[in-house]
Design a protein around this ligand. Structure first.
Ligand code: SF4
Ligand code: FE
Length: 487
């Protein structure tokens, strides 16, 4: 692992020259710009945790390709134990950052592409897995951060990629040469894109043969010619501009992952970095496996955030003198209950993991979809309970400028004080943290990250095995199994 520490990671990013825009201006250094630096620090935790004796076993793994110690975020799961360690790691990282640390997207992409490339090669005699392994060994040895790029803009959703009036609404190959391909299009909502080293491009949906030019999987350096990124705005992001640290709620880390649009304007990809090229029938498997891995994560990374939120409201209740009230204890109990329910779901997806023909392990896809579906509900319920406990004070808090003002600072201190002995500044800080973790952009990721709720419901119904369930019911009711069910 060449990139070992936070300092190594920051230096490695400074050596790159990606084209990134934010609020109409080019960002020169993502490690220092106030909009991106918090996300860089959050992703840096995935590097620094590997140096912490307490977490080394979770944060590192042994490469099955080289035998070297590598970051778990570059590993291909080789066992159920690997899958469970990943879940435990994500919860710890969620607790330490209170936000998305971004690196799982590439991690899940690596695992999806590896297992499918093996199966494509077996069936078609291609050499995609060998190419992928070469690239992956390099990623592992260097310890690069990879952004998994899946979500296309999709234009008119009622039409397939090949039917779009603007064919660039899905990333596609626009030119083939003896040396490789040129790709065009865009990927939206790319978590961690601006502070990654590499992009792993994958299709966004299962494709048919008419859309073969869209069936492209490849790796591209983040600063390759033709790539432009536009970094998204987040709720209250301008609070970070002037170092209003208290007002930003979480001064060191961002509210969500730090998402960007990645635009590919005829970007060249050499053959050795192409891992699927036109074999449309395998795109569904890549999307399905990636989505399942990522959905399994949400009961872990988001549980880490819920742990922080539960701690924040519990402290605020102490600061306000309400901690001993029975209804507050009841609400905190419910927050813990919902968090642990989600975590059990993530652990279960992994405990029921299974080996693919490549040797790489997959999670239980039904449980992964159930897990993510529950995140879209429980995280919101937990946020509702947190705001209930916190009180309206979150919505009317004066700014840090007022707190420090010579004219009105003493008034803020007097009228926003709570229990004696707890500084008013601490009460305000914890209030701002709760605000940052329950509002605006923060919860959107729990709803739509790893796929919108309906995407999980489609999979839950498809994998529900109703035929077998009907059989069970018929058997117990004494109905002959041969009798046809009405469709
Ligand atoms: Fe990882 Fe969670 Fe962020 Fe997805 S939302 S990248 S699983 S931390
Ligand atoms: Fe996400």
């Amino acid at each position: 692992m060449k990139i070992k520490t936070t300092a190594d990671y920051l230096t490695s990013l400074q050596k790159l020259n990606p084209t990134i825009y934010y609020r109409g201006e080019r960002i020169k250094d993502v490690t220092r710009h106030p909009a991106t630096a918090p996300h860089v620090r959050s992703a840096a935790m995935t590097f620094s945790l590997a140096n912490n004796e307490k977490y080394r076993d979770l944060a590192t793994a042994t490469s099955h390709l080289t035998g070297n110690t590598i970051s778990r975020f570059t590993h291909v799961h080789q066992s159920v134990e690997d899958l469970i360690k990943k879940i435990k790691l994500l919860r710890v990282l969620g607790q330490k950052t209170g936000t998305c640390f971004q690196r799982c997207v590439g991690f899940d992409g690596i695992n999806a592409v590896y297992t499918v490339a093996y199966e494509v090669d077996q069936k078609l005699g291609t050499d995609y897995l060998e190419r992928f392994k070469k690239w992956l060994i390099d990623v592992q040895d260097e310890n690069r951060m990879v952004v998994g790029a899946m979500t296309d803009p999709k234009g008119d959703r009622s039409k397939s990629p090949a039917q779009q009036s603007d064919p660039d609404q899905y990333v596609r190959v626009v030119k083939r040469t003896d040396d490789g391909v040129y790709i065009r299009g865009a990927k939206l909502h790319m978590t961690g894109a601006v502070n990654s080293h590499e992009i792993l491009v994958m299709p966004t949906t299962a494709l048919d043969e008419q859309s073969a030019d869209y069936a492209i999987v490849c790796a591209i350096p983040i600063d390759a010619k033709g790539i432009t990124m536009i970094f998204g705005r987040q709720a209250n992001d301008s609070r970070r501009d002037n170092l209003e640290n208290i007002d930003s709620g979480k001064p060191r880390f961002g509210a969500v992952g730090g998402e960007a649009v990645i635009v590919f304007d005829d970007v060249f990809v050499p053959h050795e970095k192409i891992f699927l090229n036109g074999e449309a029938e395998y795109t569904g498997a890549i999307v399905y496996r990636f989505a399942a891995h990522h959905r399994a994560n949400y009961g872990a990374c988001k549980t880490g955030l819920m742990d922080v939120l539960t701690g924040a409201v519990s402290y605020l209740a102490q600061a306000q003198g309400t901690a001993k009230a029975s209804h507050i204890k009841e609400k905190v109990t419910e927050m813990i209950h919902l968090s642990e329910t989600l975590y059990s779901s993530s652990i279960a997806t992994s405990a029921e993991g299974w080996p693919t023909p490549s040797g790489g392990y997959m999670v239980n896809t039904m449980l992964a979809n159930v897990c993510k579906q529950n995140v879209t509900r429980f995280h919101f319920e937990i946020a509702r309970l947190a705001l209930d406990i916190a009180g309206g004070f979150i919505a009317t808090l004066p700014s840090e400028h007022d707190l420090k003002s010579e004219e009105v600072g003493h008034l803020v201190k007097k009228y926003f004080s709570g229990v004696e002995g707890i500084p008013v500044e601490d009460r305000i800080k914890i209030g701002r943290l709760i605000e940052a973790m329950t509002g605006g952009t923060a919860l959107v990721e729990s709803m739509h990250g790893a796929g919108s709720p309906q995407a999980q419901r489609v999979m839950i119904f498809r994998e529900g095995d109703l035929t077998n369930k009907i059989k069970l019911a018929k058997s117990l009711a004494g109905i002959r199994q041969k009798q046809k069910s009405i469709k």
